[in-house]
Design a protein around this ligand. Structure first.
Ligand code: TYM
Length: 333
């Protein structure tokens, strides 16, 4: 039996990129797979950039509520906050000693996030792919459903498995990134060459899961497009990243093949596509955000779910960490 592991950082709000690139896919996998599923709210990752301590706990609950509202069943799957299972940090340290700096230097997300300020950035942001490898390995996960931007980090985790196996013998399977052919890289509504992200300055660049209908309509209306009409084939969207992005979002939300979407909107003005997109996004996202709000009214229940998830996660993690410690030769008292 395999095991599926993934996580989202509880920073700001969940956006459409996280939903289409990751969460929606998790829900499908949970429904169709024979494997165990573990979905973590990665709060230890969140603090690699400054977080307001007064907000972090609430953001963690909110992200858990988003998972559940989107369709993750916390009985069937394990849902828990990363910080509640200390083995994540412990394993990270052990793995950091076998991870070459040269490999971390190649991580494009660090370069993007640190920008010109790399010298002043915290060590955590640099070392974060090792923590992510620890997350995956701690559960001997075999499949890791993520968006395109996390592929390099999952590949690093595979390399760490290789090094570990070479030095200490076989213990971990090589985790496989599960990245969808379409929707794994949703772009900013303001710039088709930048991915939709939580950290982008303009809120108009992303659709947040909690945006109301008016705001969603406004964001799509103002989304950047080009002067041509809507493309009606893959050939026609070449070199038109904004048009490609809007059509991709539509197809993903509607769960329709791209051919159908081309037939529906190809050759029309962008305004028709934008109006339809806004209606569709509201139809699909409003029930999720309403359910999130309902869940957030009962914080005690969310905390109970997370505590239960953490206990179940620890039952898997504790023996794996012990095994690693034994392989590395630590004194057991
Ligand atoms: P995070 O929190 O940045 O993003 C969560 C998930 O959303 C996907 N994603 C996108 N997909 C499509 N289009 C976009 N514009 C877009 N933006 C984000 C991400 O690829 C991701 O799947 N390090 C991870 C979290 C993590 C993790 C793990 C994931 C920590 N440990 C172990 C898998 C396994 C992160 O920061 O994701």
């Amino acid at each position: 039996m395999g095991r599926i592991f993934s996580g989202i950082q509880p920073t700001n709000r969940l956006h459409l990129g996280n939903y289409l690139g990751a969460l929606k896919n998790w829900v499908t996998m949970q429904r169709t797979t024979e494997h165990d599923c573990i979905f973590c709210v990665v709060d230890l990752h969140a603090i690699t950039v400054p977080q307001d301590p007064a907000q972090l706990a609430q953001s963690t609950r909110e992200m858990a509520a988003a998972y559940i509202a989107a369709g993750i069943d916390p009985v069937k799957s394990i849902v828990f906050p990363q910080s509640a299972v200390p083995e994540h940090s412990q394993l990270m340290w052990l793995l950091s000693t076998i991870t070459q700096i040269g490999k971390l230097d190649r991580m494009t997300q660090f370069k993007d996030k640190a920008g010109k300020n790399a010298e002043k950035t915290g060590l955590g942001l640099y070392a974060y792919p090792v923590l992510m490898a620890a997350d995956i390995l701690l559960y001997k996960a075999t499949h890791v459903p993520v968006g395109e931007d996390q592929k390099q980090h999952v590949e690093l985790a595979r390399e760490i498995v290789g090094t570990f196996t070479h030095r200490f013998g076989e213990l971990f399977p090589e985790p496989e990134p599960i990245i969808r052919a379409q929707g794994a890289r949703i772009m900013s509504l303001r710039d088709g060459s930048a991915k939709m992200s939580k950290s982008a300055e303009s809120d108009m660049s992303r659709i947040n899961m909690t945006d109301d209908a008016d705001l969603i309509a406004q964001k799509f209306k103002k989304a950047k497009t080009d002067a041509d009409s809507v493309p009606s084939s893959v050939e026609e969207w070449e070199g038109r990243p904004e048009a490609k992005n809007l059509l991709t979002i539509y197809a993903e939300l509607a769960e329709e093949p791209m051919e159908t979407v081309f037939r529906q909107f190809g050759g029309q003005q962008f305004s028709a596509l934008k109006t339809a997109l806004a209606d569709l996004a509201v139809e699909k996202l409003a029930p999720i955000s309403q359910e999130m709000n309902r869940l957030m009214n009962d914080v005690t229940e969310i905390d109970r779910i997370l505590k239960d998830g953490a206990q179940r996660a620890r039952e898997i993690a504790t023996p794996v960490l012990k095994d690693v410690q034994d392989r590395m030769g630590f004194l057991r008292l």
